[in-house]
Design a protein around this ligand. Structure first.
Ligand SMILES: Cc1ncc(COP(=O)(O)O)c(C=O)c1O
Length: 422
């Protein structure tokens, strides 16, 4: 009998696929209940809208036996939800009128993560370049690596903004190195950025649009607004790039989600695309992947948005995260970290503190500091993961999202104790 040889020959994509670093951190937290995680960008279970969902489902149930919401929906998303999303984005946010977001440009996705993936699949081949901020959303960096795309950080100022003076020289050098046609898009995390919690001012957005234009780079702009609803004192005043004339000539993709501000597990996000052709290509790719996001979940969201309950839910949620940010901030401020040369800004929204240790301190995965934190029962996200070039290594992201208030205090103290002991 001949011996069968089973061997899997992977695609280039399959070969590049590797376990994200964060899953290791999350497994460690799940395997050890004593370990308190400030790492994962999870929401707080206590804020999840159980009653709102129950009542929305009960209202949907009144349509029985129609139950169209338990049938497949359309690839682009449920018509009523597309309208709700466009109306939501156009209202009260300083967007120019007439409304820049139209329901025809919206598409619903399996979290905004899927919209990011579709956008990159439609635009990029391996070896292409995406411009990102420093720091930026590290799961997006992993996504790019998986697709063989190179993320390149734009120059950054001391205050975390894009360094507009250094930008022309940087862009020129980049175009010479890669060829302008390989630079495919810019990714902006402009509202309470993950991980820095920094937002872009309207002046910075405008100046950046002008700088790209005058340097001959009119390319797709992705604006990721995953945390836009999670403001504490007041909404971030800058409108989206859809409203700014400097971006009129740019193809634009705005990304939003209901996972952070509403029901995480429904995993519904969306994109709004200003360019019909690009939108069509992303939709074709989505058609190949899943031909539509969970229709029932979309029906729930449509019901909650149409009733106005989403707005009231957000008010409660903002107060909750503002209080948690304050708890973490008080523990940090009461610690000797600032005297030791650490620094951070107090977030005005979002889920994260972004800490800068003195230069030379190594907070990366596997560093002594990181291991000491694990053995002291606390996890954080090493900041180098959030930087395309993987350095510097003296930043840390601490999330106040998921832990209950008492545990949050304890976890932050543990982190400060480790920092102080070194
Ligand atoms: C900046 C940013 N964008 C996009 C996402 C994707 O979120 P989701 O797929 O849950 O909508 C996240 C999730 O953490 C994020 O932090």
């Amino acid at each position: 009998m001949s011996e069968a040889i089973h061997k899997i020959h992977y695609s280039a994509l399959g070969k590049r696929a590797s376990e994200p670093v964060i899953t290791d951190l999350m497994h460690r937290a799940l395997d050890n209940s004593e370990l308190l995680s400030l790492a994962a960008g999870f929401t707080d279970n206590i804020t999840l809208p159980v009653e709102l969902i129950q009542s929305a489902v009960a209202r949907l149930g009144q349509d029985y036996p129609q139950a169209e919401y338990l049938q497949y929906g359309t690839n682009r998303g449920r018509a009523g939800l597309l309208i709700e999303i466009a109306e939501w984005l156009n209202a009260d946010r300083g967007e120019v009128q007439p409304a820049p977001f139209s329901p025809e440009s919206v598409f619903v996705t399996n979290g905004s993560q899927q919209a990011l993936y579709l956008a990159m699949q439609a635009l990029c081949d391996p070896g292409d370049v995406i411009l990102v901020q420093q720091p930026t959303y590290f799961v997006f960096l992993e996504l790019l690596r998986g697709l063989g795309i190179e993320a390149v950080s734009m120059p950054v100022c001391e205050d975390g903004g894009i360094d507009l003076e250094a930008l022309p020289g940087f862009l020129l050098e980049l175009k010479t190195r890669h060829g302008a046609e390989r630079i495919k898009a810019v990714y902006l995390n402009s509202y309470f950025c993950n991980p820095s919690s920094r937002s872009m001012s309207v002046a910075e957005k405008r100046a950046f649009g002008r700088a790209l234009h005058s340097n001959g780079l009119v390319l797709p702009v992705l604006e990721d607004a995953a945390y836009r609803e999670l403001w504490f004192g007041k909404p971030w005043p800058a409108p989206s790039v859809f409203s700014l004339p400097e971006y009129d000539v740019f193809p634009k993709l705005y990304l939003g989600t209901f996972t952070k501000p509403f029901a995480t597990g429904l995993k519904i996000g969306y994109g709004v695309c200003s360019d019909e052709e690009w939108l069509g290509k992303m939709l074709s790719l989505k058609g190949h992947q899943d031909f539509g996001s969970a229709h029932f979940n979309q029906a729930i969201l449509e019901t909650v948005m149409a009733s106005g309950e989403y707005r009231t839910h957000l008010e409660r949620l903002r107060a909750h995260y503002a209080a948690k940010a304050e708890i973490m901030g008080s523990v940090l401020e009461a610690s000797p970290l600032r005297e030791m040369g650490w620094s951070w800004d107090t977030p005005e929204g979002g889920l994260y503190y972004w800490l800068k240790a003195p230069e030379g301190v190594d907070l990366s995965i596997g560093s002594d500091f990181c291991e000491q934190c694990v053995s002291s029962g606390v996890l954080y996200v090493p900041g180098d993961l959030c930087i395309a070039e993987g350095k510097p290594k003296y930043f840390a992201r601490l999330s106040y999202g998921s832990l209950a208030k008492e545990k949050l205090e304890e976890a932050t103290s543990r982190f400060c104790t480790v920092a102080h002991s070194r």
